[in-house]
Design a protein around this ligand. Structure first.
Ligand SMILES: Nc1nc2c(ncn2[C@@H]2O[C@H](COP(=O)(O)OP(=O)(O)OP(=O)(O)O)[C@@H](O)[C@H]2O)c(=O)[nH]1
Ligand SMILES: [Mg+2]
Length: 425
């Protein structure tokens, strides 16, 4: 099954908590603090693979979390870091933040992992907090907690050449004879329901062709299978515009050509500006004279004699080798497709610096923000030492000064999360 859009939840691993412990041997009943640091949580990466071409698996598994870091241990043992998580997607998958719609990453190259979330830092063990005046700290820092984010995966297939044309003109047949792909082929409209990719090997030069469902007039308004599959050729460098020259289904080839070009333009102006090779298919259904007549009529209407035109038949193999050569020669002259512009946007921006002081009421001040959130990790306020450490940090990090600047006076109440204390020098 094919799926080209999916919404999933991702979360990096939490940091492991630091340990509170004291060195104990037979000789030392009460040794120094030896609680080790917690391990770092695992990061979240996306990695692209060429051998998958659908996001279908994300229909079932929608939540992904990297491993948490382990807590620190006795004897200064650092907790084990959490394993990083690699989420595998097809090449050409774009990752967007579901909230803002901004693009976070473009997984266009195989095996090049992109980190999107960083694991939480491990908390420090009580050993870290030991000083000459605080020899036995009974507190340790908790690990940094991570948040869950929602992201949208959008597959925009990456191919060099895109096959476009009305249904039944022989797009999939061509793909099946010049590439390794084995698409479904049948004599009715909309045989192809999802994009197929195939690789052409032209004397050791490889290029990728994308075959998409047939288009009809009005596709951009949703007629037929609509134009939603055109996104899979948005990133091609060359379009093979395939037209049934036999007129066997009662349509006029030049009208087909114009209609399809209009649909491309309506979908995306950029698609209509891509270089094209016009390929007339099913030449075997016409006599030599009929074919010549039809081709000449088309060319007269086209008026542009710079466009490459080739007549092929999948039955007689007419011009199939020439078509491969022509595609390769044109591709050689075209620039490599540009990666999608990624906005300089990071999903998990950690706020460790902001500080807000609000006067909640007369003589009561409320302190909040990332600076505080980070500082408060692991503070156990029942514990005198822990509280003393916290107060020292408030002073050293300039928060007490800022409270005075905001108008607070000694004796006023300060609220920080669920802690309340009285301001004193
Ligand atoms: N006579 C003749 N028949 C062909 C040729 N190429 C394809 N066909 C036939 O045309 C029919 C449609 O071929 P497909 O390759 O499925 O066409 P398509 O353009 O992929 O069609 P959709 O997937 O429906 O858009 C099949 O019956 C093919 O066997 C050709 O060169 N000559
Ligand atoms: Mg097809």
């Amino acid at each position: 099954m094919f799926l080209d859009v999916a919404k999933i939840k991702i979360q990096a691993g939490n940091g492991g908590d630091g340990a509170t412990s004291f060195h104990r041997t037979k000789l030392t009943m009460n040794g120094g603090p030896d609680g080790g640091n917690g391990g770092k949580g695992g990061d979240v990466y996306f990695i692209a693979k060429n051998d998958i071409n659908t996001l279908y698996s994300f229909k079932f598994k929608t939540k992904f979390k990297a491993e948490d870091g382990q807590r620190g241990g006795k004897q200064l043992c650092t907790g084990k870091d959490g394993e990083d998580l690699y989420i595998t997607v097809p090449c050409g998958t774009i990752i967007k933040d579901a909230n803002s719609g901004k693009i976070i990453a473009d997984l266009s190259k195989e095996d090049q992992p992109v980190k999107v979330l960083r694991g939480g830092g491990g908390g420090r063990g009580n050993n870290f907090f030991a000083t000459s005046t605080r020899q036995a700290p009974h507190f340790a820092q908790t690990g940094e907690k991570t948040k869950m984010y929602e992201v949208i995966l959008e597959l925009k297939t990456i191919a060099d050449v895109g096959l476009v044309g009305y249904p039944n003109v022989g797009k999939s047949t061509l793909l099946s004879i010049i590439t390794n792909a084995q698409p479904k082929i049948a004599n009715y409209h909309f045989t192809t329901l999802v994009p197929n990719l195939g690789v052409v090997d032209y004397y050791g030069n490889n290029f990728v062709i994308a075959d998409i469902p047939g288009l009809i007039e009005g596709a951009s308004e949703g007629i037929g299978l609509g134009h939603e599959f055109l996104k899979h050729i948005e990133r091609v460098r060359l379009i093979l515009h395939m037209i049934d020259i036999s007129g066997f289904e009662g349509r006029e080839p030049f009208e087909d050509y114009n209609n399809i070009n209009n649909e491309l333009k309506k979908y995306n102006e950029k698609l209509s500006l891509l270089p094209q090779i016009i390929v007339f298919t099913k030449s075997d259904l016409l006599s030599k004279e009929e074919l010549e007549n039809k081709v000449n009529t088309f060319k007269k209407k086209l008026k542009n004699n710079e466009i490459n035109i080739l007549t092929i038949s999948a039955i007689t193999n007419e011009n199939i080798e020439q078509l491969k050569a022509l595609m390769w020669n044109v591709l050689k002259t075209l620039p490599k497709s540009e990666p999608i512009q990624i906005e300089n946007y990071q999903l998990d921006v950690r706020d460790k610096t902001t500080l807000q002081i609000i006067k909640e009421q007369e003589n009561v001040y409320l302190v909040s923000g990332g600076l505080i959130e980070n500082m408060i990790r692991g503070i156990v306020l029942d514990d005198m030492e822990s509280f003393a450490y916290f107060q020292k940090r408030l002073k050293e990090d300039g928060i007490i000064d800022k409270l005075y600047q905001a108008g607070a006076k000694n004796g006023d109440t300060v609220k920080i999360k669920d802690i309340e204390f009285v301001l004193t020098d």
